[in-house]
Design a protein around this ligand. Structure first.
Ligand code: NAD
Ligand code: G6P
Ligand code: MN
Length: 443
């Protein structure tokens, strides 16, 4: 029997992750055949640069695949099986604000953590819900796989406002770290073992890592992390720049705080907030590094491909981000029952945690969606931290829903990165000004 061929829409076609995703789809044709690739973005000019380059890549490598791009929702969302979403609402200019405003108040300034992440959340909720609605209108059978950050806040919003929609919120950090863990003990990649993990998005811990014969790999990975964090002799994968290396090192200290489990790197912003702020260059943040680095590289490379009318010598390559979302699309389409870490409603899977919390847990994915694996009770330390963080995230969604200044102030105050209600208010007042085009009016 011929395998089903899917039509894929990349929403946020102008994303820096788009070329690697397209290349992954082209390389994965045997496993996950594709008949059509479409792009959608609300910035026509930005998307066109990537689209024209990707059109050349597709024509050279898989001319049988149809390609279209549009800023019109009806054109973009029609005849689609899977939407892969990667919006950055406010683009890098607003990421810079999310990072620099908290730093001005000596608080962690980060894309998805602390006040910056919450501010980004209030920008992302509306546009991601809009994607869900376009998909349901024009391709009601499709699935939306969402990377758009902050995934934790977006997931709470989709749980609350689109409870019956076919959306799965995901993060690539666990798979990127699992690939590192595999390499540091001499394995090829994450597919060489099976893991157990619990937490929230950008806020979790591995509790077990076993090879396919059931041998416990935690002791050897843990020994590496105790000495080197998640650094490798030669750092590979998506997170190899200098600023990421510092984060990979920080896992060493995070592991000392909880030696039983292996940490997600993002815990650094909550458990090591003071040293993060102390060591940060507050005038040149990660957004600046990317504007001058990844964003410039991707757009320069696209322009070069367009000018040469060929991509035969391109340095674009697939990465973990692209492979994970393609694995997920494949599992949904072909009912593979692959075990994957997703952001899902708890519903008792963590026995002693709120049922309506969006948590990050291993799931089995098949054609009807995912089945969350129960992990039982979690310890007091993690439970306490997670309860504070989930409250902060839920208050941010309350603030968006109700247009409530008070709720957002409480959300910032609740966040472990923020030292006091007074500082929370000062950051919030600065943020309201710059976020005016994106946030609901707060009163
Ligand atoms: P980017 O700015 O390069 O691309 C985002 C694109 O979204 C832009 O082209 C922009 O025009 C478009 N966009 C913004 N608002 C839109 C709207 N309302 N409708 C349609 N398009 C819109 O950003 P990037 O660095 O490539 O990252 C893309 C997203 O993926 C970000 O949210 C990032 O945080 C996220 N991401 C998530 C994970 C994860 O683990 N969940 C991993 C990597 C990246
Ligand atoms: C990881 C996280 C993403 C985040 C990204 C930021 O991959 O899982 O959620 O967006 O890092 O990386 P950057 O290189 O943009 O700082
Ligand atoms: Mn993530």
């Amino acid at each position: 029997m011929n395998k089903k061929k899917s039509s894929i829409l990349i929403a946020g076609g102008g994303s820096t992750y788009t070329p690697s995703l397209v290349i992954m789809l082209l390389e994965g044709q045997e496993r996950f055949p594709v008949r059509k690739i479409k792009f959608y973005d609300n910035d026509a000019e930005r998307q066109a640069v990537l689209a024209e380059a990707c059109q050349i890549i597709i024509a050279e490598r898989a001319p049988e695949i149809e390609f279209e791009y549009s800023t019109d929702p009806a054109a973009a969302f029609s005849d689609v099986d899977i939407v892969m979403a990667q919006l950055r609402v406010g683009k890098y200019a607003m990421r810079e604000q999310d990072e620099k405003i908290p730093f001005k108040h000596n608080v962690v300034g980060q894309e998805t953590c602390g006040p910056g992440g919450l501010a980004y959340g209030l920008r992302s909720i509306g546009p991601v819900l809009e994607l869900v609605d376009y998909m349901e209108k024009y391709s009601p059978e499709a699935w939306l796989l969402n990377y758009s950050n902050p995934a934790a806040v977006v997931a709470e919003a989709t749980r609350r406002f689109r409870p019956n929609s076919k959306i799965i919120n995901i993060c690539d950090m666990p798979v990127c770290l699992e690939d590192i863990m595999a390499r540091v003990i001499g394995l090829k990649d994450r597919k060489d073992f099976e893991t157990s993990y619990f937490g929230l998005n950008h806020f979790g811990w591995w509790t077990s890592i076993k090879d396919h014969d059931g041998n416990d790999l935690m002791p050897s990975i843990s020994a590496h992390v105790r000495e080197y964090g998640y650094t490798e002799q030669t750092q590979k994968g998506q997170h190899k720049e200098t600023s990421w290396l510092e984060t990979m090192w920080a896992a060493k200290e995070l592991h000392e705080i909880e030696p039983e489990y292996l940490p997600n790197t993002y815990l650094k912003y909550y458990l090591m907030a003071d040293s993060t702020v102390a060591h940060a260059n507050k005038d040149y943040t990660r957004a600046n590094e990317i504007i001058d680095g990844r964003e410039k590289y991707v757009f320069d490379e696209c322009r070069r491909i367009i000018a040469n009318s060929t991509a035969e010598d391109t340095s674009f390559a697939s990465n973990e981000h692209a492979s994970f979302i393609t694995d997920l699309a494949c599992a949904l389409t072909f009912n593979t029952k692959e075990r994957m870490i997703l952001i899902v409603e708890n519903n008792g899977a963590i026995a002693n945690f709120a049922p309506d919390a969006m948590v990050e847990l291993p799931c089995l994915v098949g054609k009807d969606g995912y089945e969350v694996l129960s992990i039982g009770e979690i310890p007091t330390f993690q439970k306490g931290l997670m309860e504070q963080q989930i409250a902060s995230e839920k208050l941010a969604v309350d603030a968006w829903e109700q247009g409530s200044y008070q709720k957002l102030w409480q959300s910032f105050t609740m966040n472990k990165t923020v030292p006091s209600a007074k500082v929370a208010k000062a950051i919030l007042d600065d943020m309201i000004e710059v976020n005016a085009p994106y946030w609901p009016t707060l009163s």
